[in-house]
Design a protein around this ligand. Structure first.
Ligand code: FCB
Length: 435
């Protein structure tokens, strides 16, 4: 099997008109920077053919996208088959263009009806998710080789109940571990359903084994002051909690969804203990994080309730438009760490917010260099997905940050290739020619 060179997107960030999910509601309450709303996003719902053509023009051979649960099940137990057929069309188009589909079942957004019940803090949330998964399997299952059950479940739990950058944005540390438990249960149910229900296969990838995993956000944590014992300790704690806990959980080890004194631990999810529920590990890697103890004004991200600050760069470091340091060595670190789990690895996201497209080529070259080196070193790395195919709705930051290989004009929705996209294109062509 050839190495997969892809780009990643998510439903809510590009499709537009996802009015039945929790973000839509939260946006309408003025929670997004500048008071903007996702609205038509990148209008991908109407332009998906063009977008996939643009993906294939870069020479990509894979595409990672997500299915919007709130479109498929806008009301509890009511299924919208028309929406489902749109995703079937999307996959048909992928097949026609030779873009191996990696399907994400949950990428941050939940149907509003589930949010009303408390989202993933609700005890039945895993069952609801399983029911949705079954629906997707029924309609698309035979054609999809790669599945991410969840995108960044750690970010979702922390963002919703601690960092307050995702709905419902309520500071409630116990809900961080509670949501994590339910997300893990949901993941396990989906993992089993995908493997047990999909019997026949069809389409161009019918001989590709079905692989199920998660896309996991990882940060290269560092103490802000390397001599500071507490910051040193905290950065280790964050590595364990943020980087490691989900990986341990999906390979069947003891779960540690908690941090003593900060996030109360819940019970162990028995369904996940002692068994592996992932066939690969997806790494979403962007940058590093300096951990600061005590209120320091420089801290960019800091829940008011905590005396801990997180900073994504030091002054003088080269940074993205979001202030995230360019730090390719961190990707190398994460790959080394994850390879210890002895599962195939995909880089399911990696990218830079760079409105002027000034740093993206450098960012790409550096990170792709790390990927190639890891492959040479014998790491079982199977694919790389740049985030993102095109500019899109960057959650609480709105439309300001531009991550796209294609620039989107939000008035006309015209797509224009960035210069850096050509760097990626050339790189892929060279690589595929060699292999
Ligand atoms: C990741 C998310 C993705 C996108 C990038 C920039 O954490 O998975 O949706 O917002 O960050």
């Amino acid at each position: 099997m050839k190495f997969l060179w892809g780009a990643a997107t998510s439903s809510h960030q590009i499709e537009g008109g996802n009015r039945h999910n929790d973000w839509w509601e939260w946006e309408s309450q003025g929670n997004i920077e500048g008071g903007v709303r996702s609205g038509l996003a990148a209008d991908h719902w109407n332009r998906f053919r063009e977008d996939l053509r643009l993906a294939s023009e870069l020479g990509l051979n894979s595409y990672r996208f997500s299915i919007e649960w709130s479109r498929i099940e806008p009301e509890e137990g009511k299924w919208d088959d028309e929406a489902m057929s749109w995703y079937q069309e999307l996959v048909t188009e992928c097949e026609r263009l030779g873009l191996l589909p990696m399907l994400t079942l949950h990428h941050f957004t939940s149907p509003q009806w589930l949010a009303d019940k408390g989202g993933f803090t609700h005890p039945n949330s895993p069952k609801y998710f399983a029911r949705f998964t079954e629906r997707v399997i029924e309609k698309l299952g035979t054609r999809i080789p790669l599945w991410c059950t969840l995108n960044e479940p750690m970010v979702l739990a922390v963002g919703s109940y601690m960092g307050k950058f995702m709905p419902p944005a309520k500071y409630h540390p116990r809900n961080v571990s509670l949501a994590s438990e339910n997300l893990l249960k949901a993941h396990v149910l989906a993992y089993d359903l995908i493997h047990s229900k999909i019997r026949d296969r069809s389409g161009p990838w019918k001989d590709h084994p079905i692989r199920v995993g998660i896309a996991h956000n990882m940060l290269d944590f560092k103490p802000d002051r390397s001599w500071h014992p507490l910051e040193l300790l905290l950065s280790q704690i964050f590595r364990r909690f943020y980087n490691r806990s989900w990986l341990d959980a999906i390979v069947g080890r003891k779960q540690h969804f908690g941090v003593r004194g900060l996030v109360p631990y819940g019970a162990q999810v028995k369904e996940a203990l002692g068994r592996r529920t992932a066939d690969f590990i997806g790494i979403n890697y962007y940058t590093k994080a300096y951990i600061q103890w005590g209120p320091r004004d420089a801290a960019q991200e800091r829940p008011a309730e905590l005396p801990i600050g997180v900073q994504f760069a030091r002054r003088k470091e080269k940074v993205s438009d979001l202030g995230w340091a360019l730090h390719p060595q961190g990707l190398d670190q994460m790959i080394r760490f994850v390879s210890g789990y002895e599962l195939p690895i995909y880089i399911t996201e990696n990218g830079i917010a760079d409105r002027e497209d000034k740093l993206r080529a450098e960012y790409l070259e550096a990170h792709l260099g790390v990927v190639q080196q890891a492959r040479k070193n014998g790491v079982d790395l199977r694919g790389y997905y740049y985030w993102s195919l095109m500019d899109n709705f960057e959650w609480i930051k709105g439309f300001g940050p531009r991550f796209g290989l294609y620039h989107v004009n939000y008035e006309t929705f015209e797509r224009t290739a960035t210069l850096s996209s050509q760097v990626y294109k050339k790189f892929i062509a060279d690589d595929l020619q060699e292999s």
